[in-house]
Design a protein around this ligand. Structure first.
Ligand code: ATP
Ligand code: MG
Length: 345
C-alpha cells in the first residue's frame, strides 16, 4: 500500500558492467572503464533494512541516500587517519569512461544520492567494532560473565556506562545467511594474522576517538560502531604515495595498504545517543536501528528466531507504517545533526 522505498536494483548488465552480489543493504556491481582498463565497484545503498541479520520485507524510503550522505561526510572527515575506498559519489566526479555507462541508468534506476563508485579491495575478514559504552551484546555478556568479547573488565559497570577506555571488540564477518559472532582479540588474530590485526585495531580505535569527539560537539554520543577494512595492492609504478596515512602491510610478499571500506559511522553501523539525555543504568534513547530492534522484540521476533519456525524466523516480517516513519525520523535526525553546518559558531 505505502512506499517501500528502493529495495532492489536491477541494472542491465553489459560486458563492462556486471552484477556482483547483494548484501543485506547494498547491491554491488563491477564496472570497468574501457578507456583505462581500471575496474571499480558500483556500490548502491538500497532502502533495505536488516535487524538481527534478517532483512525486513519493506524498506525505509530514503535510507540508502541518508547512509550514503553520512558515509561520504565521514570519509572526508577521517581521511587524515586512513585512506578510504571512495572514488566518486556523483556522476560528475566519475571517470568519463564509467560515467558514460552509468549516466543513462542514473535517473531510471534511482541511483542519485545512493551510489558510490569505490575501489575494490581484498576485504579483511573481521567486523572492526569499537565500543565506548557498555550496551547491546556487550552488556549481555558483561552481566553474564564480567567480560566483553572475552576480555575481562573491572566490576561495577552499569548498563550504558562509559568504558574507562574505548575497546576494540571484533566479530566474525559471517557468510551470507550466517550470524556475525563476537570473538576475542586472540581469536581475531588467528583469523587475519597478528600484523593485520595490529593495524586494524589501532586504526579503528583512532577513527572512533576522532569521530566520537566530533559527534559530541554536535550533542551526540557515539556509543559504538563497526568499521570494515580492505587491503589494496600498491602498484610498483605508482606515484610516490608517502603522503598516504594508510598503514602498509605485506601480503603474499607484496605491499598492500590498509583502507577503510563499506559504509562509515551510519545509524546502521553505529549507536548514536543524545548526550543531553544520557543517563547510565538503563537503555538510552537512540538515533539508530535500536528502535527497530526494540519493536521487533516487543512483537515476539526473538521467540520466532529461537524456535526457528518458518514465518517467525524473521522471514516475512514487515514494518508497520509507524515503525518505518519512526526509523526514518531517527536516521534523518542523526544525519542532519552530524552534517549540518553549525552557523552559531
Ligand atoms: P553481507 O555482504 O555479509 O551480507 P552486509 O549485509 O553488511 O554484509 P552490505 O552492506 O549490504 O553487506 O553490502 C556491502 C558488502 O560489500 C559487504 O559484504 C562488504 O564487506 C563489501 N564491501 C564493501 N566495500 C568494499 C570494497 N571496497 N571492496 C570489496 N568489497 C567491499
Ligand atoms: Mg554492511
Amino acid at each position: 500500500s505505502t512506499d517501500s522505498g528502493l529495495v532492489k536494483t536491477s541494472l542491465p548488465e553489459t560486458e563492462t558492467l556486471r552484477f556482483l552480489n547483494s548484501g543485506k543493504v547494498r547491491d554491488l556491481y563491477e564496472v570497468q572503464d574501457p578507456s583505462t582498463g581500471a575496474s571499480y565497484l558500483l556500490f548502491v545503498a538500497t532502502d533495505r533494512i536488516s535487524a538481527f541479520d534478517v532483512i525486513l520485507n519493506n524498506g525505509v524510503p530514503g535510507k540508502g541516500k541518508l547512509l550514503t550522505q553520512l558515509s561520504v561526510f565521514w570519509f572526508a572527515r577521517l581521511a587524515h587517519i586512513v585512506e578510504n575506498h571512495l572514488v566518486a559519489a556523483t556522476l560528475e566526479s566519475m571517470p568519463p569512461g564509467v560515467r558514460a555507462q552509468v549516466e543513462p541508468l542514473w535517473t531510471a534506476h534511482q541511483l542519485e544520492g545512493r551510489t558510490m563508485l569505490v575501489r575494490k579491495a581484498r576485504v579483511v575478514k573481521l567486523e572492526a567494532i569499537v565500543r565506548g559504552y557498555l550496551t547491546g551484546s556487550a552488556w549481555s555478556e558483561y552481566k553474564r560473565s564480567g567480560t566483553v568479547h572475552g576480555i575481562p573488565l573491572r566490576t561495577g559497570y552499569v548498563e550504558s556506562d562509559k568504558f574507562d577506555e574505548p575497546l576494540f571488540t571484533p566479530s566474525t564477518k559471517a557468510d551470507q545467511g550466517e550470524h556475525d559472532e563476537n570473538i576475542s582479540p586472540e581469536r581475531a588474530q588467528t583469523i587475519v594474522g597478528a600484523e593485520v590485526y595490529e593495524h586494524v585495531s589501532r586504526t579503528a580505535l583512532a577513527l572512533y576517538k576522532e569521530a566520537s569527539a566530533y559527534a559530541l560537539t554536535r550533542g551526540l554520543i557515539l556509543a559504538d560502531t563497526k568499521f570494515e577494512f580492505g587491503l589494496l595492492p600498491i602498484e610498483p609504478d605508482a606515484p610516490n604515495s608517502s603522503s598516504s596515512p594508510s598503514p602498509i602491510i605485506t601480503l603474499d610478499s607484496k605491499p598492500h595498504k590498509l583502507i577503510l571500506i563499506d559504509e562509515a559511522l551510519t545509524p546502521d553501523s553505529s549507536r548514536y545517543w543524545s548526550a543531553s539525555a544520557y543517563a547510565p543504568g538503563k537503555s538510552q534513547a537512540s538515533y539508530d536501528k535500536q528502535y527497530l530492534r526494540d519493536w521487533l522484540l516487543s512483537e515476539g521476533f526473538r521467540k520466532g528466531l529461537e524456535s526457528g519456525r518458518e514465518g517467525e524466523e524473521g522471514k516475512g516480517w514487515s514494518m508497520t507504517d509507524a515503525v518505518v516513519a519512526g526509523t526514518r525520523e531517527r536516521y534523518e535526525t542523526a544525519v542532519r545533526v552530524l552534517t549540518t553546518e553549525d552557523d552559531t559558531k
